[in-house]
Design a protein around this ligand. Structure first.
Ligand SMILES: Cc1cc2nc3c(=O)[nH]c(=O)nc-3n(C[C@H](O)[C@H](O)[C@H](O)COP(=O)(O)OP(=O)(O)OC[C@H]3O[C@@H](n4cnc5c(N)ncnc54)[C@H](O)[C@@H]3O)c2cc1C
Length: 347
């Protein structure tokens, strides 16, 4: 086939035909929003045997809110995630989505595409910056749901990447959704770049507070091939919060937490080589950026006192979303079941 010939495109309307097509032709490439894939294909850096478009598979798009978890379909766009409903219960993910590219790009770029963007293990460098959602998803404890003719596979998002940052999808596998535990408290996401507007991040940070279990999770990304949790900072912080009073009694907590988060830049799995996906700045600049982001995110999520009311508000909003979302899906004729294995669905 001459290089300029148009490539065949399949556009299934159901999940099973999609995975059958992927199994039948291992050279097919999943095309979601195309915001990364088409750039690579047009530049001649990728020559698949054809494209499998997933934008007509209704069960892949949308957000399902249940008592125990929130499920985000893989073809849900960043623009969908910025919607007020999602912002109310998954503010860290909504803020991460809002930070991606331009408004026009966000109407195309999907959750699955963001997770699967970049190189495959052992492959060449990624052409574009990507995976800003990853930092929020890892802090939120997300699980990726993958489907192929071999069945379903569920894997912690943090485990989906090889050491060099390549995404570990099995042949013929489609990411169908990410599952997130239903949160109970405040969250935040921050991104620092070397200029305004779209660009490579110096650093991304996500903070997720769970007052019900009295746990704090923090993740750093954008500084290396894969985002990662900074568990030692979260564990330390949880012991310095007065959960009953809704306060942080010692003002030095903010600075110490920020310093511990910045130490996460040195963790073996996340330290360089930064590769093509990050801004090239000095280590000291990035360390300071991490401290500033961590301190600000914590002040916003847990000010020195008076945040118990915020926790109640969060829970009321989550309850409302659950009650409303199933009804709205039914009214719009959208699939009621999320794209996850039936046995693992929660009511
Ligand atoms: C100008 C510009 C600015 C950008 N800025 C940012 C930014 O600020 N932050 C950021 O994170 N990214 C950015 N990107 C990168 C890109 O837009 C995002 O990573 C986006 O989320 C990719 O999603 P998509 O749906 O367009 O993926 P596609 O381009 O359709 O696919 C990307 C890769 O994922 C695979 N894939 C897609 N969906 C699935 C699935 N469900 N299962 C298995 N594999 C799948 C594809 O086969 C392909 O390999 C930018 C891109 C451009 C062009």
């Amino acid at each position: 086939m001459p290089p300029s010939a148009p490539l065949p495109a399949l556009r299934p309307t159901g999940l099973e035909p999609a995975v059958e097509a992927l199994a039948a032709d291992p050279g097919l490439r999943v095309l979601a929003g195309g915001s990364e894939l088409m750039v690579l294909a047009n530049a001649g850096r990728l020559r698949p045997s054809g494209f499998l478009l997933i934008d007509r598979i209704p069960e892949l798009r949308g957000v399902w809110f249940t008592e125990q978890e929130i499920i985000v379909g893989a073809a849900t766009t960043c623009a969908d995630l910025v919607h007020a409903d999602v912002r109310a219960v998954l503010p860290a993910l909504a803020q991460a989505a809002r930070s991606i590219g331009s408004a026009a790009l966000r109407t195309r770029a999907t959750v699955g595409g963001n997770l699967a963007s970049g190189k495959r293990p052992g492959g060449g460098p990624a052409a574009l910056p990507g995976r800003d959602l990853l930092t929020a998803l890892i802090a939120l404890g997300a699980v990726a749901v993958c489907h192929s003719m071999a069945g379903w596979r569920q894997i912690q998002v943090a485990e989906l990447y090889a050491r060099d940052g390549g995404v570990r999808l099995e042949p013929g596998e489609l990411i169908t959704a990410v599952r997130l535990p239903a949160g109970t408290g405040q969250q935040g996401f921050m991104k620092i770049g070397t200029r305004g507007g779209p660009g490579r991040p110096v650093l991304t940070l996500a903070l997720v507070v769970d007052p019900a279990t009295r746990q704090v999770a923090c993740a750093l990304g954008g500084h290396g091939p894969v985002a990662a949790r900074v568990d030692h900072a979260g564990v330390w912080l949880a012991d310095h919060v007065d959960w009953d009073a809704g306060a942080i009694p010692d003002p030095s907590t903010y600075q110490t937490f920020a310093r511990l988060v910045a130490e996460g830049l040195l963790a073996p799995m996340t330290a360089g080589p930064a590769g093509a996906s990050t801004s090239r700045v000095s280590d000291e600049y990035r360390r300071q950026a991490a401290e500033v982001c961590a301190r600000r995110a914590l002040v916003r999520a847990l000010p020195p006192s008076g945040w118990l009311e915020q926790v109640k508000q969060y829970q009321i909003k989550a309850e409302m979303m659950r009650a409303r979302s199933a009804l709205e899906r039914a009214e719009r004729g959208l699939p009621s079941a999320p794209p996850v294995p039936a046995a693992g669905r929660t009511a």
